[in-house]
Design a protein around this ligand. Sequence first.
Ligand code: WTA
Length: 652
Amino acid sequence: MSNGRESDTPEQAAESSGRRPPTSFVEQANAADESIYETFETTWPDCWEAAAARLAWDESYDTVLSGDGPPFEWFAGGTLNASYNCLDRHLEAGGKNRVAIKWESRTGDTRVYTYQDLSREVNEFAAGLRELGVEEDDVVTLYMPNIPELPIAMLACARIGAPHNVVFAGLSADALATRLESAESNYLVTCDGYYRRGNPVLLKRKADDARLSVDHDIRETVVVDRLDGDTHLGETQHDYHELVERHAGAAVDPVERAANDCLFLIHTSGTTGEPKKVKHTTGGYLAHVAWTTETVLDLGPADTYLSTANIGWISGHSYVVYGPLAVGSTVVMYEGAPDYPEKDRLWNLVESNAVDVFYTAPTVIRSFMKWGSEYPAAHDLSSLRLLGTVGEPINPRAWEWYHEHVGGGRCPIVDTWWQTETGGMMVTTLPGVDEMKPGSVGRPLPGIDAQVVDASGSECGPNEPGYLVVRRPWPGMPHALLDGTRWADGQSVPADIDGWFYFTGDGARRDDDGYITVLGRVDDVINVSGHRLGTMEVESAIVDVDHVVEAAVVSIDDPQAEGIYAYVTVEADVTGDDATRKRIEDRVRERIGPIAIPEEIVFTPDLPKTRSGKIMRRFLENITNGEDFGDTSTLRNPEVVGELESIVRNRT
Ligand code: WTA
């Protein structure tokens, strides 16, 4: 192992124990000057010019940030095009034959797109979208797995100023329909199907079901042929490859978009039963993700990068597509699962592509740990320079495993806290500047004012748990926050902060060095195996089943047994049995998708409730995770807690 460095100074000792990035990393890091924190602080908001300078602007902006309170505007007066920034300017700078995307299918064959190739197909598909009638500001919904046509379609939309609305391919037809409606989208791009762990998933069938249940007209649908079979296309359905061929060699001028214009919509789970629609800007968002890709992921044009994120979620939008392509890196993409066909698939990809930077989520790291260190050990991972993680808190044991078995004790790890709503990274470490503390994400990035406060908005003392809030605007903020239209949910606690702030929905604490440890969601959103789900979404699917009266879901807080526990009450004269369980599972699959199916369904005559009838999910969390539940005297039915505890204990 390469961390067996001789160490005689305390600094070197810290370095060899892995807390401080190695000198060899610092020497080459894109951001290595610690004065960056102070510079950003004293020059805020103008400091964000550093991010805007990463982009090519058609018209330069007049002001960095306008507005003392909402409405805010980042880079007002500036115009740009995101696809130009991810493609054309690299061609102009001599990068045309550099690889932009290298994609490996689930069967192991690869497709390589240079920046020139990618640009060509993006232009052709952009011309195809225009032929179908897509105009600037029309929303195009993309329902596809991780295949190259997905980033191509995203960039084609960006090129013509049509916001895309990507829906994760694992979501159900119902979920797609809701998102088509919420986005008022008349155009859909999908594929015939794909394989997941060797089983075909017929995506077009789901897309057809969704189209039928949408209230408005889906004017045109484009279908990518992924399974090489015969796909029956309806009257308003078009074969992707034919469409692209019809426009072979087309050149579509990138549409000039105002900085504040929408680049894309994405839906995520909130605290209501409905998906939360998040709209990101072109200028602020792209500046934020390009700058963080460069400073936190330390990527540049010479680097090859692999992320396990699915493009259907925000982590794939920001740090598979827009950030890495904006800085001109080579992105390795793969289709399918990290353990199919073999558990060393990712290490194979790292070795064969000499990947420099690898970004994943704690849930994936926990799977790696379960599978065993022999899989990474069987490969030469010495090309890796930096590792990253996102999505949920990483426990120190998983951090150490990742550091040792993947990073060879040599690579710094960036634990990056951010959200669909923030667009890009907010709290983490700059790997060329900061020490790492396993389990703690780090400090707010330069220019970001993230703070831990109590319910009255006062800053919490060191190590005191509180709410994580952001008190100053940041470039990647979405339209709803720019406009000051507070989202109905997630904004109520803490209530009394003076001035503008954004409440993230997370609990956190901050140590003496200002490092933030994220404690998880404190609102009605749960994080299950890296997927963000609203408790209400899942509960309303469950109570939709005949004879179910009430349901409450909580997440299992155990790295070895991730998932959802559902507590369900059925009508008095009905017994909850396996058939009911099956109906519940089917309904959840149909309404949301397989990711939301509960691991355990516990039938109970009653749920713990306050005197006013509110379900106290906290007690259910304690019961599920075998924790003390403390004072139950505020409950109307305290005896239920003890009963449920014995049911759950007897099951495990
Ligand atoms: C959680 C994913 C701890 C958090 C990019 C947040 C994290 C939610 C971390 C957003 C991290 C994200 N440590 N928790 N490094 N990163 N989270 O919108 O609860 O899918 O609010 O965005 O994930 O999830 P989302």
